[in-house]
Each structure stands twice: as C-alpha cells, then as structure tokens.
Design a protein around this ligand. Structure first.
Ligand code: HEM
Length: 497
C-alpha cells in the first residue's frame, strides 16, 4: 500500500515537473524569435513577455507602445521586436518605415488584427475590426458616407446641438465644471442626431439611454480587460468560447434601435439627412444587411463621440492654461464670423487657420488613439535590410511616441500651435503627425470628427472666457483605458465674454 502511494506521488511530481519544463521551454524558445532574425529587442520576462497589462498599475497598449518606441529610439534603432506574452510584435520607429507600412506597402498590412465575433456578437464585425476582402468591400461602400457634401448636409444639425451645451455652461458660470461630461453630452447629442435622427438632449436627460450606452462602452472593468486580453492573445479559443467584445445590453440596444428605426422609416416613407439614411440606401443598392448596418452605426457612435469629446476637452484645457493663445484664437473666430453674418458656416471653418493649428497641436499632444495597429498579411522584407516580417506578425506604431519625440517636436510638453503654421510644417516629416492614422486604412470619420470638434470649440470660445480651475490636477494618462484619457477629471471655469 505504502509503495503504491509513493509510486503515485512520484508520478504526479514527474508529470508536474515535465509540464513546467515544457511550458518554460516553450516560453524560452518563443523569446528567441527576434534574436534569430537579428532584430533588436527589449528583454522579455516570463510569463508576460514585454507586457504587464494585467498587473495592478499595469500599462495600456498605448502607454506600453510609447515605452517601446522611446527605448528603441534611445538606442538609435529604426525598428525593434517585442513580445506581448509570447506573440512577437514589430515596433516601428523610423517615420520612413511608418510610411512604408501605412501607405507604400499597404497591401502587406491591410489588417488591423483585432478580434471580432460575427456569430455571437454581430455588432463587433464593424469596419475598424474587419480584415482582408471583407474590410475592403465595406470600406468602398462606406466611403461615400463621409464626403464633404455629406458633411455639409449634417453641418447645421451639429451647430444646433451646440445650443444645449451653451445653455448648460451659462447655467454654471463661475463654477468648476467637469468639462468632459459637458462635451460628452454634446457629442452624444450630435451622434444621436447625425446617426439616428434622434434628439437625445442629454443635457436635460443625463441618464438618457444613449449617454448610458456611451459610458458603458468605455467604462473600465477587470472582466472587460480580461476578455480583451484573452481575445487579443487567443482569438481562436475566444471564438470557440463565444467571447464578446461588448455587453449583451449594448448589443441589444444597438440592434434594437437600428431595427426599429429602419422599420419605422420604411413603413412611413420617412427620409432624413443622417448616417442611418445613407446606410439604408446602401442596404438597397449594395446589399448591406441589417446586422452590418447595426455594426457600423455602433462603431460611428463609439468612434464618434469619445474621440471628439476627448479632443475638445484637451483643447479647452490647453486654451485655459494659455491665455495668449486663447486671445489670438478668439480674435480670429470673431473676425471670420463677422464675414459670415455672425453665423458658424461650413466655409467659415476652413477660413479659421489658427483654429486648425490649435486642433493639430491638441491632437499632437493628446492623440485619442495612441497606437496604430496593423497585422502583416504576407511575408514582407523591411526596406534596406534582409529582415523578413512573417505573415501574421502584429505591427505597433506609437502615435504618442512619434508625437512626443523631441527630435520632431522640441519641448514636446509645450503647447505651441505655431508648430503647425504652413512654414513650420514644411520642414517636418509628414509621418510624425498621425492623429487620424494614414493610408487607405486611415480614419474614415476624420472630416466629421474635426468638424464637430471645431464647432464645439468655436461656440465655447466665441461666448465664454475659459479659465483654469484649481481643482484640476496635473494631467496624467489613465493606464487602464484603450483610448487616451486622464486619471483625474479636468475642471474648467467659464465667464461670459
Ligand atoms: C477627433 C476625432 C477622431 C480621431 C482622433 C480619430 C482617430 C482614428 C484613428 C487613429 C483611427 C485608426 C487609423 C489607422 O489605423 O490608420 C481611426 C479609425 C476609424 N475611425 Fe476615427 N477618429 C475620430 C473620429 C471619428 C468619427 C467621428 C468617426 C465616425 C463617425 C470615426 C470612425 C472611424 C472608423 C470607422 C475607423 C476605422 C477605419 C478603417 O479601418 O477602415 N472616427 N480613427
């Protein structure tokens, strides 16, 4: 009996030891990948490689990729290799290589390589996530949605949404206002009107369904973070497990509202100037399904409201901190509007050159998407080297790294819109300012995002003096969020001009 127990115990110990040895050997071998290719790397650590995303006070992919960028740049490297857990990722540093990957050799880097699950979570199959031919076909269909003609059509709707925001600020003069909440309500109203033709009025009804959904999509949770981590690293298993990227509540809300609105418009022969109408027309002309429409509307909502409210928040924060810039901007806004009968018009936006510079500088210092992702779709040789990037390799381009590199932007912490004057722009590499990405897979909503952000800033600066608040702590980026966000809230004060 004693012998039997001892034998079983020995077997268990042997099995456990073998499994541990096999696992450590697997990690050890995986971590040799870049060295074998002669690509410089940062020493990985078992078991998370070069990431510590899941650990308390870990880093988001955005801040992590900036760290990689800075490290390779410091060593004088043009690119380098890192390991997210065991998966080798290429980090691109040199802007000429960035240009190759995003534009010149785009056919090798069509995919973003994000997880989506068409079966269990149809709204995750949107333009941002789709790969290959599916992405290309949809991009071609959706491109006409964002022409300048379509923007002009929606322009007045966006301007009208500003009235509620203006009233809300007027009611809180000389108080410390949490500005992102105000701007988040404004962009929710805009996207509600422009995507669905629905007046949300989130200022009157802060708990309106749209606002709740907006908050839910971007809310950090350990469970959400864990799901993102597993689906990013084990996509096949995640598909089998039916892992979804949004909650059932968000899924049901968007599919429900799209189905109801489409049916209501069809039954009553109603047409509107909004994204949903454009997508409904595509349903008839290009065979877009209802699920595909719901996925795109969900993406426009998610991509449209958070990116723009973040941009305006940081623009107003810097404007409050820099009274000289504020004065110059207000002078330009008032002068241009005078030539347009005091009204904000589509053409007046292009005439405001300094406003354009302020937005460019805001998006440099605070790019809402801090990293651009691509996945290599066929073996590719990096220019002037014999390094072959294999099919399937993820590529990280750190927008935040490029935007804060003192070689391109001396004193990167300084907010200086003069960096974007025509003269100063001329001497800089084109691929070191990438707030909207670049190439065939750049941001499709660029025009709309800039349009609503500019309209929001113009309305505020035209009507109010923006002041710093002692409640605002120095800006620190939140390590937990996918999009750029601050760890603490930003407060501002307003006075009537
Ligand atoms: C200030 C506002 C915005 C910023 C900074 C921004 C930024 C970005 C960036 C960096 C990308 C990735 C580009 C790349 O990988 O090269 C992207 C993609 C995308 N954005 Fe935006 N965005 C903004 C507003 C919007 C708006 C308003 C919409 C829609 C209403 C939108 C829809 C999209 C879509 C659909 C994609 C995926 C494009 C594709 O994969 O083909 N964005 N955005």
């Amino acid at each position: 009996m004693g012998f039997l127990i001892q034998d079983t115990l020995t077997e268990v110990v042997l099995i456990i030891t073998t499994v541990i040895l096999l696992i450590t050997n697997y990690f050890h071998q995986s971590y040799k990948y870049w060295a074998k290719k002669g690509v410089p790397t940062i020493r990985p650590h078992f078991p998370l490689g070069n990431t510590n995303i899941l650990l308390p006070k870990g880093l988001s992919v955005g801040t992590l990729s900036q760290k990689f960028y800075t490290e390779f740049k410091k060593r004088g490297e043009k690119f380098g290799g890192v390991y997210l857990v065991t998966e080798p990722n290429l980090v691109v540093v040199d802007p000429e290589y960035v240009k190759d990957i995003l534009c010149k050799d785009f056919q090798y880097f069509v995919d973003r390589g994000f997880y989506y699950n068409e079966k269990d979570d149809p709204i995750s199959a949107h333009l941002f996530a789709l790969d290959g031919v599916q992405w290309r076909n949809l991009r071609v269909k959706l491109t006409p949605t964002f022409t300048s003609g379509k923007m002009k059509m929606m322009f007045q709707t966006v301007v009208d949404c500003c009235n509620f925001m203006k009233e809300a600020i007027e009611q809180n003069l000389a108080q410390d206002i949490e500005i992102k909440e105000i701007l988040g309500r404004f962009t929710t109203d805009v996207i509600g009107s422009c995507a669905f033709g629905i007046e949300c009025n989130s200022f009157k009804h802060p708990d309106a369904e749209f606002r709740k959904m907006g908050k839910e999509i971007f809310q950090y949770s350990i469970w959400g973070s864990l799901k993102a981590f597993v689906s990013m690293n084990l996509p096949k298993l995640s598909l089998q497990l039916g892992i979804t990227s949004v909650t059932k509540e968000v899924q049901n809300f968007f599919t429900g509202i799209v189905t109801d609105t489409v049916n209501m418009r069809q039954d009553n022969n109603i047409r509107r100037n909004d994204f949903l109408q454009i997508l409904m027309d595509l349903k008839d002309s290009s065979g877009l399904t209802l699920d595909e429409i719901a996925a795109q509307v969900f993406l426009f909502f998610a991509a449209g409201f958070e990116t723009s409210s973040t941009t305006m928040t940081f623009a107003l924060y810097e404007i409050a901190k820099n009274p000289e810039i504020q004065k110059k901007l207000r002078e330009e806004i008032c002068q241009v509007l005078e030539n347009h009968d005091g009204k904000i018009t589509y053409d007046s936006l292009t005439e405001m050159k300094y406003l354009g510079q302020v937005m460019d500088e805001t998006l440099r210092k605070y790019p809402p998407l801090t990293t651009l992702n691509r996945r290599c779709t066929k073996d590719y040789t990096l220019r002037d080297t014999d390094v072959i990037i294999e099919e399937g390799t993820p590529v990280l381009i750190s927008t935040l790294g490029l935007h804060t590199d003192p070689d391109f932007y001396p004193e990167p912490e300084k907010f200086d819109p003069e960096r974007f004057s025509e003269e100063n722009k001329k001497d800089r590499h084109q691929f070191v300012h990438l707030p909207f990405g670049d190439g065939p897979r750049n941001c499709i909503g660029l025009r709309f995002g800039l349009m609503q952000s500019k309209i929001g800033v113009i309305t505020t600066i035209k009507n109010f003096k923006v002041l710093d608040s002692s409640w605002t702590k120095p800006v620190e980026f939140d390590p937990y969020t996918f999009m750029l966000n601050t760890s603490d809230k930003i407060y501002l004060r307003f006075e009537k001009v």
